[in-house]
Every structure is written in structure tokens, then in C-alpha cells.
Design a protein around this ligand. Sequence first.
Ligand SMILES: NC(=O)c1ccc[n+]([C@@H]2O[C@H](COP(=O)([O-])OP(=O)(O)OC[C@H]3O[C@@H](n4cnc5c(N)ncnc54)[C@H](O)[C@@H]3O)[C@@H](O)[C@H]2O)c1
Length: 369
Amino acid sequence: MPKAIVDWKTITDFVTEVFVKYGVPEEEAKICTDVLLESDRRGIESHDVNRFKPIYLDRIKSGVQKAVTNYEIIKETPTTAVVDGHDGMGQVIGYRSMELAIRKAKEYGMGMVVARNSCHYGIAGYYTSMATRAGCIGMTGTNARPSVAPTWGTEGMFGTNPFTLGVPTDEPFDFNFDCATSITQNGKFEYYERIGEDVHPGTVIGEDGEPVTGDAGVALKRIRQNTAALVTVGGIGEALGGYKGYGFAMFVEFLSAVLSDGYFGKQLNGVDENGEKCSPRLGHFFIAIDTDHFLGEDICRRKAGDIIRAVRASRRMPGAERIYTAGEKEYEIRLARKDGVPINESVQGEINAVRAEVGLEGKYRFPWD
Ligand SMILES: NC(=O)c1ccc[n+]([C@@H]2O[C@H](COP(=O)([O-])OP(=O)(O)OC[C@H]3O[C@@H](n4cnc5c(N)ncnc54)[C@H](O)[C@@H]3O)[C@@H](O)[C@H]2O)c1
């Protein structure tokens, strides 16, 4: 499928201006754009600009997500806070919550903020990078619409629940382990559907307990209809430790709902108790640990760098070119994408439609025009 490169300034200005036209205040629109396009900079195809229209604009338009975020702190101590996002923009809630956790960590050593009634906050790794840039170890996670089955189950009971961890290092990139607790997450299926790639065997289980194969779009529909479910990290059954991914997913589900008295599991189906369409009602958590409250940022960065360098230098599998550490591939893609973001044909069509809808045709030209 032909892709066109759009330079960073053009795509950043365009996405920000469209968010503003949809009612997001300008400062908050800049945050939403930065989180969204950070996926493009890191090469995370499942969460990049292809989600701009379907996940954010369409939800604002349908009224399930509010363009103006009422970020309300409903309880606060020196090291903790509970936030209600009132169905506002998940990226704004995520940004402000990690900012608050870091502020608390800088003062008291550790900070933790939990948020409820939020919407999709994008790539979890954006928020751990905020922490590591500030010299903190960072952790975050979010619950999500149920699509993942527990070990020995075939029904989607919890979301793809990323559990994301960041550690500052002395390398040009920090350690940033940013992924779902399911083998594959829904955004990747959306992406596979767009590019015509099949389901990877063992990543989806059908209601009959058999692995689902074939067309990714069909599998995605089955997951949404609850006749199939995603599989936790480790795989189907117990042989390869599927219960380990299951345990991590549950921990994320707990931290995303129990401390904030938020919604969980099937309550995140987008339908309320009366059967009416409702907001995503998601919960997130954000943890920052300040390295200066231990032996200091320099020592932490150097030691973490020593650890990842030792691992990367270890014996490789025959035929393997190198050993990576988390965050490394994304850093290399960022360097390779200096000139702009590659946009596939299907997203080009969506961008054209949005541009026409908000009356920006005279202002923004793209390489495919
Ligand atoms: N907001 C949500 O509801 C939600 C839900 C699920 C996932 N996500 C996001 O989706 C994105 C992608 O998730 P995913 O599960 O597809 O991630 P993935 O399976 O692509 O894994 C990415 C992580 O693995 C690391 N990695 C990749 N290859 C490696 C190797 N050979 N050695 C060491 N580390 C390696 C990367 O550096 C990165 O940290 C993440 O940003 C995640 O936060 C968001």
C-alpha cells in the first residue's frame, strides 16, 4: 500500500487545529496531538495517526467523550491523588496525572495518581517517558474494553491492559517497556486489517477453545461480538505460562479500578446499566519514583545503563543479529523518521474527509493532493 511522508510541522499543526475545531482547548489539543504523534515517532503503528478519526474525533462527535476535560482531584495526600476525569480527553488526564505524580515524587520520593472516568489515553509509554525524562522510574497502566480471556477461559473479561515501565539510563534512550498484557492488542488487529495481514496463530482463542486464524478483520469482529477473545502473554493454556500474562493483566485491572472506585471488566463495554451507549469510563494509574531520593539520578542512570549494556552484549541465538532492550527499537525509528510521518492510503482518505469537514482544505496541502 503506498505511503506518503508528511513533515512533522504540517501533521502536528493539522491534528492540533482539528482537535481545536472539535472543541478541545488549544493547550489541551497540543497535549492530545503530542501523545498521538509520539506513536508515529516511535513507529507504534497500532496507536498512531490512524486512530485520530475513529478513536478520538468520532467519539467526541458521538458525545461519548468530552472535548473539554474537567480534571477534578477528588482526594489528595502529599504522595497520592485520586482524579475523576469526567469523560474528558484521556491524553490530558494522563499527562496531568503523571505530571502530578512526578511533582509528588520530586518532593517526597514517590508519587501515585489514579484516575477514573477517563477515555483512551493512547500509548502508555508516553507517560513513563515523562517520568524517566524527569529522572524518575515510571509506571503506568490502564484498563480497557474487555477483549482478553483469562487462562482456561474463552470470554473477553478484561482489556489489553498495558503494564508499562520506564527506567532512566545514561544511554541516548531510556528503558521503556511499553506493551499490552495480551500477546496482541486490538490496535494491531486494526492495523493488520488495514494492511491485509492475517491473525498470528495462537493470539486469539475462539469460543470452542480452538485458536482463531485467518483474516484479522474477521477476528476483530468476533472479539467484539464475544465469540472469540485475545490471549494473554504466555499463550493459550498453562504450558507456556499464559497465567503469567493473566496475572499481570489482573493487577492492571485492580490498579485501574480499586483505588479510584472506578469501572472494570464488562462495565467498560461502552454500554451503561440501562443498555444505553456510554463513555468508555476507563481507569488509569501513574507511579513516579524519584531516583534522587535514593542514591541519585547519575548513579541510577549509569547502573541501569550498565545492566542493559551487559544484557545486549550477551551470547546471541544463531542467526540473530542483535539483542535489543526495551525502548531501543522505538528510538531507532524516531531517528529514521526525522523527515516526517509515513501515512498509508486508508488514513490519507480519513485525513481528507476530516480536512473537508472542518473547512481546512485551503490551509493544509498533503503530498497525496
Ligand atoms: N491505551 C490502551 O488501552 C492500550 C492498550 C494496549 C496497548 N496500548 C499501547 O499499544 C502500544 C503497543 O503495545 P503492544 O502490546 O503491541 O507492544 P509490542 O508487542 O509491540 O511491544 C513493544 C515493547 O516491546 C519492546 N520490544 C520489542 N521488541 C523487543 C526485543 N526484541 N527486545 C526487547 N524489547 C523489545 C519495545 O521496545 C516496546 O517496549 C503500547 O504503546 C501500549 O501502551 C495501549
